[in-house]
Design a protein around this ligand. Structure first.
Ligand code: FES
Ligand SMILES: [Fe+2]
Length: 437
């Protein structure tokens, strides 16, 4: 059923009796944070941590320790030692367990305290750290950071078995995660923010041609082009998007993609991104080689350029587009330009914002239920909930949907190296480090 329009109907009559924008808060004790924590979330890249390595991890304003034991399995536990609060990531990985740097207390992968060298294990049964369910999937490390038992792990069959390969191309952005999530269901921005992209044209995302309807998974978002061709995007509650992303390589065209927007805290977030590239043989090899060289050709962090552009020191037209991820820079300028947390109370929403309105309504409904301890919607994605888009040569054929068969694909990390640096600094920046600044 289509979402009600205009927004005033919701703002006055249906706004739940909770904080007007609880979805922008992700801390452990906030309504938004509790809701996000009730789903599995990607928290790190498999490629960024080796067996025997431990590191601090900050997700949803909460500090954790991420390590890989000797077997290589990823393990997520609390940030601090229960003895006197030392940072556990500075300790030693010991088999599948972790030994504290300060006085050597040793913890198993399940969080149980196994040794207290200075105490003779006098009260080790009475202390433990929390260990959070974690697993790897499609080149990402996922964790369940909520209370109680973890829900079933959601898989994506289109990505499990795929012709060609899958690119991992995530990035960090210094604004509230919800701003990026809303931007995904805001096709009107493409004509302006990405006016130079192969997919852009005058009139793309015209409000009257946009439609947002609730689906069993979240929101189905459609745009109908003047000639009748349709682009369909699928938003999955609470923070997943299955879409055709804007082309960044002419040979690949639209990229069938999965995105998760995960807060590092309320003013910085990760977009974990996977793209299917249904190319094999020589075509696949040449795309992979091009993507590999792009990792170092792009040597300027889009985040730094965005800061300079928003500070008035630089204009976008003066940026060397070969040395930066242009689509990300363009979206940085739009979204961070709204403020680290956008001031929604001054917004004037219109017909082009039906996607934004749809997401907010679902989130408000679910958070109101969570606050009342009432049943919440069980989201699931039936096989027909898939994205599609017209081919870029102007025909209205679906893009990417012919490549569902195949075997377990290679996972190829295509993140620019400069981007990996920015990400690691953001994800490993503990609250204690932030307080020191
Ligand atoms: S603070 Fe960890 S063992 Fe003492
Ligand atoms: Fe964009």
């Amino acid at each position: 059923m289509p979402f009600a329009y205009p927004i005033e109907a919701m703002a006055i009559g249906e706004r739940p009796a909770v904080h007007p924008h609880p979805e922008v808060r992700s801390g452990r004790d906030t309504l938004g944070g509790r809701y996000l924590r009730s789903f599995w979330q990607p928290v790190f890249h498999s490629a960024d941590i080796a067996p025997g390595q431990a590191m601090p991890l900050r997700i949803m304003g909460q500090d954790f320790t991420l390590y890989r034991g000797a077997s290589g399995a990823p393990i997520v536990v609390d940030a601090r030692c229960p003895h006197r609060g030392a940072q556990l990531s500075a300790g030693w990985v010991d088999g599948e367990g972790l030994r504290c740097f300060y006085h050597g207390w040793r913890f198993g992968a399940d969080g149980a305290c196994l040794e207290q060298p200075a105490e003779g294990s006098a009260f080790r049964d009475k202390v433990a750290i929390r260990s959070y369910p974690a697993r790897e999937y499609l080149g990402l490390i996922f964790a369940y950071l909520g209370d109680g038992d973890a829900p079933a792990f959601p898989r994506y069959p289109e990505f499990d078995r795929s012709v060609g390969f899958i690119e991992v191309d995530s990035y960090v952005r210094a604004c509230n995660a919800f701003q990026n999530l809303e931007n995904a269901l805001d096709m009107s921005h493409v004509e302006f923010v990405h006016h130079d992209n192969a997919a852009s044209f005058s009139g793309i995302g015209t409000g009257l041609q946009l439609e947002a309807t609730e689906s069993p998974w979240g929101v189905t978002y459609r745009y109908t082009r003047p000639d009748g061709a349709v682009r369909v995007q699928q938003f999955g509650m609470p923070n997943v998007f299955y879409m055709t992303a804007l082309p960044t390589d002419a040979e690949i065209g639209w990229q069938e993609s999965l995105f998760w927007w995960v807060p590092i805290d309320d003013t910085t977030h990760m977009q974990f991104s996977l793209h299917r590239v249904p190319a094999t043989g020589d075509a696949g090899a040449s795309i992979r080689a091009r993507r590999e060289s792009r990792r170092s050709t792009i040597d300027i962090a889009h985040q730094d350029l965005c800061d300079r552009i928003l500070a008035g020191e630089l204009a976008l037209r003066d940026v060397d587009a070969a040395r930066v991820d242009l689509v990300r820079l363009q979206d940085d300028i739009a979204q961070i330009g709204q403020g680290r947390i956008a001031d929604r109370d001054r917004e004037r929403l219109g017909r082009g914002d039906v996607g934004v309105i749809a997401i907010r309504k679902l989130w408000h409904r679910e958070l109101a239920a969570l606050e009342r301890d009432a049943p919440r919607t069980t989201w699931q994605r039936p096989p027909e909930i898939v994205p599609s888009a017209w081919m870029l040569d102007g025909t209205s054929t679906l893009a990417g949907r012919d490549a569902v068969a195949g075997s377990a694909p290679d996972i190829v990390d295509v993140r620019p190296l400069v981007e990996v640096d920015v990400q690691l600094r953001a994800l490993r920046r503990t609250g204690a480090l932030a307080e020191r600044d």
